[in-house]
Design a protein around this ligand. Sequence first.
Ligand SMILES: CCC(=O)NCCS(=O)(=O)O
Length: 349
Amino acid sequence: MSSLSGKVQTVLGPIHPEQLGRTLTHEHLSMTFECCYCPPPAHQGTLSDAPILMKNLFWVKQNPYSNKENLLLSQEIEAITEEIMIFKAAGGGSIVENTTTGISRDIKMLKKMAEKTGVNIISGAGFYVDATHSSSTRSMTVEQLTEVLVNEVLQGADGTNIKCGIIGEIGCSWPLTESEKKVLQATAEAQSQLGCPVNIHPGRNSDAPFHIIQILQEAGADISKTVMSHLDRTIFDETKLLEFAKLGSYLEYDLFGTEMLNYQFNQAVDMPSDNDRIKMLRLLINEGYEDRIVVSHDIHTKNRLLKYGGHGYSHILNNIVPKMLVRGISQQCVDKILLENPKQWLTFK
Ligand SMILES: CCC(=O)NCCS(=O)(=O)O
């Protein structure tokens, strides 16, 4: 195991796990998402290049991936820094920043934000989905990819000496591509060398999380230190969700605050509401999985910021926690989800 054993690695260096406090396990503080631009229907075409204004905000909320400006979170550093302070005032301690190579990770900026706000920021190593892989990434062997991941954790990312504290979010499409499969195998290998936390972005199909866990397991990963993200848009059937829970990963509900009529990336899906998400958490808790749940907002577009009338990074602490308590989830269980489970996950073995 590495010298990081028993520690959590933030962009400002290793800390003791007790210093984390309430932790959002899946956010973005600076990224771009042009790779996932969805052209709007022809009669709404002019809205794709429009600035975000009060009069088109409802349209942007329903079509977040069709407005080009909305995809540039990296332009909002000042607003986001202020919003991290609001998260801190609401009782937040740490944010895991899951931006990986392909969607414009800016690890120097993350360090500045951590210095300014006093909130711990943990940065992610690795690669987003295949559509963003460079030709050089695609041509690498599993061994070469492993070396990149290990270096981002032990030496620093993007030519800096600022180090990542998790591997992920590792992007997977559906069906999984060859390049993504190699990255998963490299993730497993790097994780067994480092004993580090891993976060996976599954493809948009309910079989995707199962397939990914199988690949990771075969390559030697520690599934108990792996988070499966975006379950709220991936597995809807309760029996299937409980089957997946048995595999032993952390179960992440990370789209809190996202409520929309049409899910642009998969029209077959009815995006759940926050109340639906809380019902799924209750199901998992009642079935004994309270040690495995983590939650977040996965803010990745501008419209979700307070500045644009969105819910911001403090929504879970200010609005979701009180509703969880009203719906019979105990304070002890809420604390597990926001404090204990992230702490266990983020601590290097
Ligand atoms: C980079 C952010 C990201 O990938 N978020 C997941 C969006 S969705 O696939 O759940 O719609």
